[in-house]
Ligand binder design. Structure first.
Ligand SMILES: Nc1ncnc2c1ncn2[C@@H]1O[C@H](COP(=O)(O)OP(=O)(O)O)[C@@H](O)[C@H]1O
Ligand SMILES: [Mg+2]
Length: 390
């Protein structure tokens, strides 16, 4: 049975490892530290950095495909590996659109796909000109390396923009600016594609962000018209094919107040907006990603319930005194149907340390239970004041 190498030892690799076990495969991880979430569980760990070509080579040797838990591997390293015969999946020419938001915006707008108006920012004056032209606030973004809202700023006026631009350019961060979209909500269209060219989408989901970070996912997106759902899925299929993506890809979307869909960003790997499918879909994203990178036929992505809600367990401002284990006991006592996934990470404010999936029939009720469960797991507080001892 094959070995797949994943670059990065975070929770995405940990959950991919879980899927690999069921398929009789082996997931080797290139991890920075032995206590990274995936390094804790995989017997096949190469310690090293994703920016070190030798470490990448050691991790890739003898494996059937090299893929990603996080995307920020230098393109020239990936091209070197491809030249040495490594099956890099997705290939570097596709992955660059997940690594570089400016390259992605430029490519997608050249293909006539819907993206917010944007520009490269090389000076303070350039950012201010963009804001004066398109209206304040604007959105400034680090072109590379951002995640969970780190690397996104929304300056309200020219003064605030100038300050951010000076700081970031001074620190060597390449910047772009874009219009702040009047959002109705955010959606994600996920797809997986194999080298053979088979592709399968999951139902389009709604993602709820707090402080620029995903907090809740509702699958499928409630009250999404059939036309918009089909448009979003077709967009994901088209992008996967035209960019030559292999593996799972999330297309983060904005649904605008006026009922349009705009593309925000691409992630070419398993993604937080697909975690619901571990319990809520016939084939979840981690198994599908493995099937895709190994060129197996893809699995059925159909949902297992009318509604699945995923709520991230985000570290509380102060870690509760009650142990995680005790919190889990209490949660299971109260909600036997809640499916909990913990990542083996230390608790820090707002850090993604796990998630809860709840399946059911009615959006508001399922969402309330999933969020209540996740909040309990991070804060050891029931938001409805429930006390088991009363
Ligand atoms: N142009 C925009 N208009 C309105 N909100 C935006 C815009 N760009 C980003 N955001 C908000 O910031 C969040 C993070 O931005 P994103 O580009 O997805 O960065 P990250 O790489 O951190 O996920 C988005 O999910 C959205 O909530
Ligand atoms: Mg994003």
């Amino acid at each position: 049975m094959p070995t797949v190498t994943m670059v990065g030892g975070g929770q995405l690799a940990r959950m991919t490892h879980q899927a690999a076990i069921a398929l009789g495969q082996r997931l080797r991880v290139l991890a920075e530290r032995p206590d990274d979430p995936a390094a804790q569980v995989s017997p096949d760990v190469v310690l090293g950095s994703h920016t070190d070509l030798d470490a990448l080579r050691r991790a890739a040797t003898g494996s059937h495909a090299l893929t990603f838990d996080h995307e920020h591997v230098p393109t020239e390293h990936l091209e070197a590996l491809v030249a040495e015969g490594v099956a890099v999946r997705p290939p570097p020419q596709a992955l660059r659109y997940a690594q570089d938001k400016l390259a992605m915006r430029t490519e997608l707008s050249a293909r006539g796909l819907p993206v917010p108006p944007f520009t490269v920012v090389e000076t303070e004056a350039g950012a201010i000109r963009f804001g004066d032209e398109h209206g304040w606030p604007i959105v400034l973004k680090a072109v590379r390396g951002g995640y969970d809202g780190r690397g996104v700023w929304m300056p309200a006026d020219a003064g605030a923009a100038a300050k951010i631009v000076t700081e970031q350019l001074g620190a060597g961060v390449a910047l772009m600016a874009e219009v702040r979209v009047a959002l109705k909500r955010e959606l994600s269209a996920m797809v997986a594609r194999s080298p053979y060219g088979q592709a399968a989408t999951w139902p389009v989901v709604e993602t709820v962000q707090r402080h620029g970070q995903c907090a809740v996912v509702i699958a499928p997106a409630p009250d999404l018209s059939e036309e918009l759902a089909a448009e979003a899925e077709e967009l994901a299929l088209r992008l996967a094919r035209d960019l030559g993506v292999v593996g799972a890809m999330a297309v983060e979307l904005f649904e605008t107040e006026s009922g349009e869909i705009l593309i925000n960003e691409l992630a070419m790997r398993p993604h937080n907006s697909g975690h619901w499918g571990m319990d809520g879909a016939r084939t979840g994203q981690f198994e599908q990603h493995l099937r895709a990178v190994l060129d197996y036929p893809l699995g059925d992505t159909g949902p297992l319930a009318p509604v699945t809600v995923m709520a991230n367990i985000l570290g509380a401002p102060e870690a509760p005194e009650m142990s995680m284990d005790e919190r889990l006991h209490h949660l299971f006592a109260r909600m036997p149907d809640a499916k909990v996934h913990l990542y083996g990470k230390g608790e820090r404010p707002d850090r993604k340390i796990g998630h809860v999936n709840v399946l059911g029939d009615e959006v508001a009720a399922v969402r309330e239970r999933a969020e209540r469960a996740a909040h309990w797991m991070s804060h050891a507080v029931w938001t409805d004041g429930w006390d088991p001892h009363e």
